[in-house]
Design a protein around this ligand. Structure first.
Ligand code: NAD
Length: 362
């Protein structure tokens, strides 16, 4: 396997791997390990170019730094992406990826992400111990998606409370983009509390499940932005809040689990603010999965009750972001960023005190 380091200003370590035998082409980015080893999922996607894969891994890993800082997981920010078609994924590819992950010697710890599930991670684990999110019976904390969904649901409620003065979901309309591992479970929580769903997805079976089990109205993927609703909940891919979509939104709040929702963070957070739409910063609302996984690494091992307690605090974290944004007339993105930067600055100030062990601040 050829592993090539890539120098990226502002990032601790970025590398590209190519393994001719398995066909692997992948990138790992470690953005910042001030708070601990960089933990972030492994995404497999049919990127249109290697440049777009690199762009994705850089954005995603940076987002993980801020996510873990705000959620106080005691972890740093990292991510990995594999450039491949999900239809062709196989164990040899993931074993090669395991060797790539292992070459970071624990600076990067991996987990699930889009198109990468438990069977794939088991192949990764044959080559490296730096894998989290494995099943409970294997000593892991299990699939993080339901925990991300729980945190997202709690976050949707606190966002509605901040925007409309009430988090009652009865009769509220939620436009849900992406009914996959996270989105479907978010939808389940919402429907249980009386919300009505309008769903889009590009995967036929996920769409059918949303229609049949959540009684969702189905719309074309491109029409989701025009749906008259209370909540637009992005739970698919990133950059869906952009110059084209923001003017079309007919919602009161944006609150969903997708990573890197804002195409241009400052500009599009500002556009949402000007339109009077309350935006739940993505890395604050979708921290449930990383919180759950981080508790796998604490001394004493994983405890689900502790995970639920911490995940349910996501609502309070968002409320505090909204209060800051309102009182200072800044965007919710900037308010969240300030929290993350202050946690990082505090850790840097006390550097040398040996606080790099994962989970120690969890
Ligand atoms: P997933 O692959 O299970 O689900 C994504 C869904 O979005 C799929 O059903 C897919 O068909 C659909 N989709 C893809 N492109 C679409 C489009 N253009 N329009 C509509 N639907 C589309 O992935 P997931 O694990 O549910 O993650 C969803 C998002 O949440 C991702 O952005 C991921 O990075 C983020 N996230 C996930 C977790 C987690 O614990 N899984 C944690 C934090 C953030």
């Amino acid at each position: 396997m050829n592993i090539t380091p890539i120098d990226v200003p502002g990032y601790e370590k970025v590398a590209r791997a190519e393994d001719p035998e398995s066909g692997l082409v992948a990138f790992i980015a470690v953005h910042d390990t001030t708070l601990g080893p960089a933990l972030g999922g492994m995404r497999l996607w049919k990127y249109r170019s290697e440049d777009s894969a690199k762009w994705d891994v850089l954005r995603l890993s940076r987002g993980m730094t801020f996510k873990s800082a705000v959620a106080r997981t005691g972890l740093g920010g990292g991510k990995s992406v594999i450039v491949a078609d999900a239809a062709t994924k196989n164990d040899a590819l993931f074993e090669a990826m395991g060797r790539f992950v292992d070459s970071f010697n624990g600076l990067y710890i991996t987990a699930e992400d889009v198109n990468v599930g438990i069977p794939d991670l088991l192949a990764v684990k044959k080559q490296t111990k730096y894998v989290t999110g494995l099943p409970r019976d294997m000593g892991g904390s299990g699939n993080p998606s339901p925990y991300t969904a729980r945190g997202t649901f709690v976050g949707i409620r606190s966002t509605l409370r901040a925007a409309l003065g009430s988090d009652d979901l009865d009769g509220r309309v939620v436009a849900l983009q992406g009914a996959g591992s996270v989105g479907f479970v978010v939808g389940q929580h919402l429907v249980e509390h009386g919300a009505k769903l309008v769903v889009c997805d590009v995967n036929e079976s996920n769409l059918a499940r949303a229609r049949d089990e959540l009684k969702a109205e189905i719309v074309d993927p491109d029409d989701i932005y025009d749906v008259e609703c209370d909540v637009y909940s992005p739970n698919a891919l990133g950059a869906t809040l952009n110059d084209d979509t923001i003017p079309r939104l007919k919602c009161k709040v944006v609150a969903g689990a997708a990573n890197n929702q804002l195409d241009d963070e400052s500009k599009h957070a500002q556009q949402l603010k000007e339109r009077g739409i309350l935006y739940a910063p993505d890395y604050v609302i979708n921290a449930g999965g990383i919180i759950n996984v981080s508790l796998e690494l604490v001394p004493g091992g994983y405890d689900e009750a502790a995970a639920f307690k911490k995940i349910d605090h996501i609502g309070d974290a968002l409320t505090s972001v909204y209060e800051t944004a309102k009182s200072r007339d800044i965007t919710t993105h900037d308010a969240a960023q300030e929290v993350a930067e202050s946690v990082l600055a505090e850790a840097r100030a006390s550097a040398g005190s040996g606080s790099k062990e994962a989970g120690t601040t969890a």
